[in-house]
Design a binder for this molecule. Structure first.
Ligand code: GTP
Ligand code: MG
Length: 197
């Protein structure tokens, strides 16, 4: 799929105020600093569509972007940032639960995980929660430019091994780098397929 247009629509903390249009929607979620906003910029060929930062906790709201005037891409705040207060962790949980619970337009989530790390409990628990709630998702490994191919392969195998202990199949997954434009076509073509094209 070619990206012909990508526009910021709105940011908010209230799911009820998200765009009403019944356009197919794809949400990007994962730990703080995993590269959600950077991936969105890479996919849309726009360097600063979504705000990125070296400091975790940059994205605090639900951000909608309209792509090719017919689907929405959503940048969500990151989870698992140790330095946020208990009350903001609670607020985050509420907002994410509401987002995934109420957003009928959501076709699929993309759970981003940093390819450099061993499988992390927080990510596995989040995937489990999505599965229990019937929310389709794919895994997006990020920052592939940081590892050699063999190390990438080893980390994917580690994920597969652990996921297959509780899941019948390995979820669909992508290997990406926002820095080196890796995985762009694979993710975009997958979305295009889900959009029925
Ligand atoms: P929050 O909004 O804080 O949850 O973070 P985020 O997941 O949106 O991450 P963001 O895109 O802001 O990127 C975090 C940091 O990782 C930035 O310093 C990026 O430059 C860096 N980064 C993101 N993607 C890549 C990548 O593919 N390769 C490398 N090397 N660095 C990346
Ligand atoms: Mg962000």
């Amino acid at each position: 799929m070619d990206i012909k247009s990508a526009e910021f629509v709105m940011s908010n903390s209230d799911v009820a105020k998200c765009p009403k249009a019944l356009l197919p929607e794809y949400a990007f979620i994962g730990r703080s600093n995993v590269g959600k906003s950077s991936l969105i910029n890479m996919l849309t060929n726009k360097k600063s569509l979504a705000k990125t930062s070296g400091r975790p906790g940059k994205t605090q709201l639900i951000n909608h972007f309209l792509i090719n005037k017919n689907w929405h891409l959503v940048d969500l705040p990151g989870y698992g940032y140790a330095r946020v207060s208990k009350s903001s962790k609670k607020t985050f949980q509420k907002f994410i639960t509401q987002y995934f619970g109420l957003r009928e337009q959501l076709v699929s989530a993309f759970v981003l995980v940093d390819i450099r790390h061993e499988p992390q409990t927080i990510d596995l628990e989040f995937m489990q929660w999505l599965g229990e709630n019937g929310i389709p998702f794919s895994i997006v490994f990020t920052k592939a430019d940081k590892l050699k191919p063999q190390a990438i392969e080893n980390h994917v195998v580690a994920y597969k091994t652990i996921l297959l202990e509780t899941w019948e199949d390995m979820p669909n997954y992508f290997i990406t780098s926002a820095t080196n434009d890796i995985g762009k076509d694979a993710v975009l073509n997958y979305i295009d397929e889900l959009n029925g094209n």
